[in-house]
Design a protein around this ligand. Sequence first.
Ligand code: NDP
Length: 317
Amino acid sequence: MPKPMAPKVVEALGGDAGLVKLWESADPDAELARVAPEVGALAVGGHVKVDGAFMARFPKLEIVSSFGVGYDSIDAAWAGERGLLVTNTPGVLDDEVADTAMGLVLATVRQFPAAERHLRAGRWLDGAFPLSHTLRGRTLGILGLGRIGKAIAHRAEAFGLAIAYHGRRPQDGVPFRYHATALELAENCDILVVITPGGAETHHLVDAAVLKALGPSGILINVARGSVVDEAALIAALQSKTILGAGLDVFAEEPKVPQALLDLDHVVLLPHVGSASHHTRDAMGQLVVDNIRSWRAGAPPLTPVVETPWRGAYKGS
Ligand code: NDP
């Protein structure tokens, strides 16, 4: 384990023989060099960069068990080409992240954080908070209608919102209107919720043109990865009122948030808390542990990523 993970994960894996807590070492580089020849599994948090050069340091490596559903910090294609497994923690966080997305939608459209700031600053005594915008009669566009995107759609339907989506292809059995590009989706919705994976393929999928298409009454919500939205273009669009507002859980260079965003009142900013409840983080941690335990038992992984399918045996067997 290169960096500390949730205490329950450390505790659960620490009960098995041979957990190396690299961050506890006085000299992590020397410790890494000492243990690398024997390491068969890595347990990593979502922000630990695991590229080919790092994995190549472990000749007996068979599995990288990662915390979180997004794994854009891991070179899974490199691992797949070499018969290594990468596992993530899908499914168990869908409802939590969808709740976060809807919370951001409501907070941004109805301007609840600004209203609370108004109250706390004692300004209510001077006058009512200005009227807000509304969800009534709006269309929600979902960029990335996957597991979490569908959980968002389920909630949005209950709010009476019309729903449209974009992905690389239309999906069978989905009742929502499909748009072939992100631009076309933005042209045809009022609130654009971004919930694709991060990584090279989706880099700046939401750019200045998409924001312009969203328009002056449009709202952008990003619960995916900061890399999916061109942050400089977003700041420019917010400053020039090209769009109405934004609700963001993720940023280009976390944990740094541009001062230009902090200075704007018509954005709602969260510190990447999409899945961050005790309940859901425990479930994610348990999947990290169970994937490592399956490897120890020589059993198939529970949740391998698509780039590293289970081929019936571990690399070293
Ligand atoms: P899924 O793989 O189930 O869904 C991803 C969706 O994105 C699919 O519908 C896919 O559709 C679409 N997609 C993928 N690539 C592209 C592309 N290039 N252009 C357009 N659409 C694309 O993932 P999850 O729903 O489980 O998770 C989605 C992401 O949410 C994670 O990868 C992670 O980055 C982020 N996340 C953020 C959290 C937070 O704390 N804020 C917490 C958890 C996840 P298709 O294949 O048809 O293109």
